[in-house]
Write a protein that binds this ligand. Structure first.
Ligand code: PLP
Length: 386
């Protein structure tokens, strides 16, 4: 049987060769980067060179780059850290969106439950995008934090972050942008006007377990981790030279072929979308204008077919796709992003392609969907009836 088609790059994309070499080449580096002796300082140099190269690639300065264990930690650090630094006697006002990743929504909901945050949620449009004006309508003079993702992990909808950053430039609120899915876009922290962003290496060809937050100096942040005071006291814990150089290699590789990859992926997903559009009862989700859609994402809803059953059937037929975020699948947590868009939350399917995807993959996905969907529908769509 042919090897399965991996169509879940939004959950985790294979590590790039450049990142493998960088990681392997630095795994045996000796020395704690915080030690004063020469061995430690050699390790430190690797970390700082990695930080410099990352900062240059994403439009920020090295001193604003804080290394983390991934996107979840980077999101938590920014949202909790900024809220706690602003804490006074009254709850802190925060604006975010109903379609954020749980790494943003859950810490904010937790803070709201504790009475520390007054939270306003912006609803998306039917295509999953968040309108800048809808965000600004909820921002008040005393708003401390606005958190809006650059691109949505379920629908691939891209938000106009530069316009939001420009609109908030003279406002005291800090702008946090979850950019975990956004490496396929031109990522430029300064041009976006973002005070904080979150990135995760395993979403763009680096290893799992490393990511970064950019935190603009001047925006007060209370650390989540207390200890040795590494990374300007914001994120304690021994710095990993090997993960830092692997992260930098993945960033460089992703930025170097971004334009070519985006065009290539767009062609592949156009094929998948065209194939899917032929299916009965299908709705292609996400913005119709490709300029506002991640190039590797296809999101669709199939009337009368349960997404969990479809993902299972696709898996058996050799196509590995998902209903949405990997963290909630298997837990029957529903699909809050689709719900917020007013789409049947049981019907959504996400196919996400990436740097290893080929034309043959795109064709196989279309063929398998064409085979599987009518069979599933004829069998009741995979819905469990009492
Ligand atoms: N933010 C978004 C938009 C994501 O898609 C993800 C992961 O799926 C995360 C945050 C969490 O990143 P990590 O898996 O590195 O913790």
């Amino acid at each position: 049987m042919a090897a399965p088609v991996y169509a879940d790059h939004a959950a985790d994309t294979p590590i790039r060769p450049a990142a493998v070499s960088a990681l392997a080449g630095a795994l045996d580096v000796v020395g704690n980067p915080s030690s004063a002796h020469g061995t430690g300082q050699s390790a430190r140099r690797l970390v700082e060179e990695a930080r410099e190269s990352i900062a240059a690639a994403i439009g920020t300065v090295p001193g604003d780059v804080v290394l983390t264990s991934g996107g979840t930690e980077a999101d938590n650090l920014a949202v909790k850290g900024i809220v706690w630094a602003a804490r006074g006697t009254r709850p802190v006002h925060v604006v975010t969106t109903a379609v954020e990743h749980v790494a943003v929504l859950e810490p904010l909901r937790w803070l709201a439950e504790r009475g520390e945050v007054e939270l306003d949620l912006v609803m998306p449009s039917r295509d999953g995008r968040v309108e800048v004006d809808a965000v600004l309508d909820l921002v008040r003079d005393e708003t401390v934090l606005v958190s809006v993702m650059a691109a949505n992990n379920v629908t691939g909808a891209v938000n106009d972050v530069p316009a939001l950053g420009a609109a908030l430039a003279d406002h005291g609120a800090a702008l946090h942008v979850d950019a975990v899915q956004a490496m396929h876009l031109g990522l430029d922290v300064a041009a976006w006007g973002a005070d904080a962003i979150a990135l995760s290496a395993h979403k763009f060809g680096g290893p799992v377990g490393v990511g970064l937050a950019t935190l603009r100096r001047g925006v007060p942040v209370t650390p989540l981790l207390h200890g040795g005071g590494q990374d300007r006291g914001v994120r304690s814990g021994t710095l990993s030279a090997s993960l830092a150089v692997a992260l930098a290699a993945a960033v460089e590789a992703a930025v170097a072929d971004r334009a070519a990859e985006a065009a290539r992926l767009r062609e592949l997903t156009d094929r998948v979308r065209a194939g899917a559009a032929e299916l009965e009862g299908v709705e292609l989700l996400g913005p119709a204008d490709p300029a506002w859609r991640l190039p590797g994402h296809v999101a669709l809803a199939l009337r009368g077919v349960h997404a969990d059953a479809l993902v299972f059937a696709l898996d058996r037929a050799g196509v590995h796709a998902s209903v949405g975020p990997a963290c909630s699948s298997g837990a029957n947590a529903g699909n809050p992003v689709l719900e917020a868009m007013g789409v049947d939350a049981d019907a959504g399917l996400r196919l996400s392609l990436g740097w290893t995807s080929t034309v043959a993959d795109a064709e196989r996905i279309s063929d398998v969907l064409t085979d599987v969907v009518p069979i599933l529908r004829a069998a009741g769509g995979g819905f469990v009836t009492a």
